[in-house]
Design a protein around this ligand. Structure first.
Ligand SMILES: Nc1ncnc2c1ncn2[C@@H]1O[C@H](COP(=O)(O)OP(=O)(O)O)[C@@H](O)[C@H]1O
Ligand SMILES: [Mg+2]
Length: 369
């Protein structure tokens, strides 16, 4: 078993606190992505799990055993870094075989393991080259190969695809998903790219400012964001957040009264200021009728949909996602109507908590910050 847990882990560098209080339970065999903007503490979290940094307080365990004092080499993990960390004087084949050589495996076994990894990662024609004769993407694949042959209990990957071009990145995403399925190993994967986290992970740890904002499935972080940060981080474009006032069974924005199902929200929803969250796909654009008056500022046709930027009279911007080829001209006045099924309400604070009743339990972990 290689479940991983962080219990009340804090990490400070001098008087700067990089991680406030981290509690995570990662199941054996799970693919978990640590997702968040640059500087939120993803790499620090992974490096502590690897034994390259030490928690200021709290416990980290792998397979039920506290590893706080265990050297990196004794943790039975393999890590692929953002930088490739290849040995420049060794060939690709020697680099991949190195962990096995250190472990004392005989040459035929090493060669077979290298052959399998090279085949999987399309490195066969490159086995005799030196790292400096490879592109960045090829070097990253060698680093992946070197982690693979060790067959560790837990794989740690820190932005392993960041330096690959878009086509290879998409190919490698599919490869990593397949690899995880076949190996069944616990994987902890750091990325700032929501597409990677959403497509690859069983569960996503959304981080911001050294705190876990939400730890849940891709479906839940998209459809039931725990707070305004998650709502504004997940989705391209992300969820619209519109300031207004709750009045009984309506949410009032400017002079528009949006009906809401009061019973769908927590008891903490009281009349007064709140923030309405609505994804662009739930913002309908109409010529007339009831709704919120707005002006078209930009219509971007991507080929399979049109992303529309709209402006309210007070200057606030709202994004909508409509069918491809929809004819809209800049400056055109329109009426917006929101699908009641897509309405979220948040507290009117900076990172207000979501007030809908279907909020997942895991999301209540940490809503502050
Ligand atoms: N060795 C260190 N000394 C001082 N500050 C550090 C050190 N490592 C990381 N930090 C700081 O901790 C925060 C989190 O860093 P990091 O975990 O690398 O973020 P991420 O990987 O999410 O981009 C950042 O503000 C970073 O500058
Ligand atoms: Mg990082």
């Amino acid at each position: 078993m290689a479940n991983v847990s962080f219990t009340n882990v804090r990490k400070s560098f001098g008087d700067f606190t990089a991680l406030e209080s981290l509690d995570l339970e990662i199941h054996d065999g799970e693919f978990v992505a640590l997702l968040g903007p640059s500087g939120c503490g993803k790499s620090t979290t992974l490096r502590m799990l690897a034994g390259l940094e030490f928690p200021t307080s709290g416990d980290i365990s792998i397979g039920g055993r506290v590893v706080n004092d265990l050297a990196p080499g004794k943790r039975d993990i393999a890590m692929v870094f953002q930088s490739y960390a290849l040995y420049p004087h060794m060939t690709v084949g020697e680099n991949i075989a190195y962990p096995l050589k250190k472990r004392g495996l005989k040459k035929p076994e090493r060669d077979e393991a290298v052959r399998r990894a090279a085949e999987l990662l399309q490195l066969e024609p490159l086995l005799n080259r030196k790292p400096k004769q490879l592109s960045g993407g090829q070097q990253q694949r060698v680093a992946l190969g070197r982690a693979l042959v060790r067959e560790p209990r837990v794989f740690l990957l820190d932005e392993p695809l960041s330096n690959l071009d878009a086509k290879l990145r998409s190919y490698m995403r599919a490869e990593l998903i397949e690899l995880h399925r076949r190996l069944g190993k616990t994987m902890v994967y750091v990325t700032h790219d929501q597409l990677e986290a959403m497509t690859m992970a069983d569960r996503i740890v959304v981080m911001h400012g050294g705190r876990v904002q939400q730890f849940d499935t891709p479906d839940a972080v998209y459809n039931r964001p725990a707070n305004r940060f998650v709502a504004g981080f997940i989705g391209t474009p992300p969820m619209n957040q519109i300031e207004g006032t709750v009045q009984g069974a309506t949410f009032v924005v400017n002079s528009h009264r949006q009906p809401i199902k009061r019973e769908a929200f927590a008891a903490s929803l009281v009349d007064g200021p709140a923030v309405m969250g609505v994804r662009p796909e739930f913002v309908g654009i109409h010529d007339s009728g009831d709704g919120l008056p707005a002006t078209v500022r930009l219509a971007e046709n991507t080929g399979h949909e049109t992303i529309v930027t709209l402006e309210l009279p007070d200057g606030a911007r709202i994004m909508s996602r409509v069918e491809a080829g929809r004819k809209l001209s800049v400056g055109q006045p329109v009426i917006l109507r929101f699908d009641p099924a897509g309405i979220h309400l948040f507290e009117a604070t900076e990172n207000g908590a979501r007030l809908n009743l279907d909020i997942p339990v895991a999301a209540t972990l940490s809503q502050s910050a």
